[in-house]
Design a protein around this ligand. Sequence first.
Ligand code: NDP
Ligand code: DGY
Length: 329
Amino acid sequence: HMQTVGKLMKVFVTRRIPQEGMKILSAGGVCEVSLWDSDEPVPRADLLKGVQGAHGLLCLLSDRIDAEVLGAAGPNLKVISTLSAGFDHLALDEIKKRGIRVGYTPDVLTDATAELTVALLLATARRLPEGLEEVKNGGWSSWKPLWLCGYGLSGSTVGVIGLGRIGVAIARRLMPFGVNRLLYSGRTAKAYAAEVNGEFVPLDTLLSESDFIVVSCSLTPETQELCDKAFFSKMKNTAVFVNSSRGAVVNQEDLYEALNNGQIAAAGLDVTTPEPLPINHPLLTLKNCVVLPHIGSATHSTRGIMGALSAQNLVAGLQGTDMPNELTF
Ligand code: NDP
Ligand code: DGY
């Protein structure tokens, strides 16, 4: 037994993760797990301490994994597994330099995230949070012809920015609502867009013609603050903006202005900068802005599967075998 223990590889897990994942890490005598045993993020200093000498790191999107963390971990580190589909929190250039493999969890959260994005779009366009508030505060005096009107999907034009795995899953779910045209923009046209009758158009065309704009691209230097004053100024005054990608794709000051001065009709955000959004943030004073706490993938089963997949990726990385989902970069 002692000999086995001596060979165990050291793994640092930056948060409590679903049992499905912990079970895999504990099985098979591959690794010795050191867990930041909390539902709250590991403070930076504890992350830097926790990774020391680790062979594997299982992290979340709230952990910035940069040269400092990699340096603190030292030369043992051979695999980083993130419990997320997004990987903008990982300094991939630094990771590559050190020959470290990366695992992530795409696909398994696509349905849950697309569902949530549709829910957010409908809640925003049909003003559900405002309605709920009026019911509770006595603002509901009667059925009123001109009250709480919003915008419907039937006959509309929807624009998807970044028709990737989640983007096309959103489009697939929106089409049955009677969407008339589905536009999308990105770096390249996609063959699979045919399934949703997607038309690949320049961003400016998407902005000026869409009634609903859904952002589902990854956060990259190119998409950082893509949605700024110029972007919103090209949208229709009646258009609804929805973002379930990453908060930093949006310039929030410019979004606030666009919502406040009627440049656009409403916005639904599942992601913000920072997260959490401070409760005194100007966006939270607006009735036409619906903000959710980054819950795109938050179904019981999806999170369990993400936990298991992140653990499988980590173990495979430690053993030098094929990962179920390895990031190629
Ligand atoms: P994919 O890689 O499948 O899709 C990303 C898309 O972004 C690609 O289609 C890509 O299109 C597009 N893109 C890249 N650069 C640009 C650009 N400059 N302009 C427009 N589009 C661009 O990833 P997923 O669909 O699986 O996930 C997308 C993102 O969603 C993740 O990166 C993550 O940040 C976020 N996410 C959020 C969740 C939540 O809880 N809210 C849950 C899961 C993911 P192209 O190939 O043409 O460049
Ligand atoms: C991701 O996976 O990138 C999401 O933001 C959380 O599930």
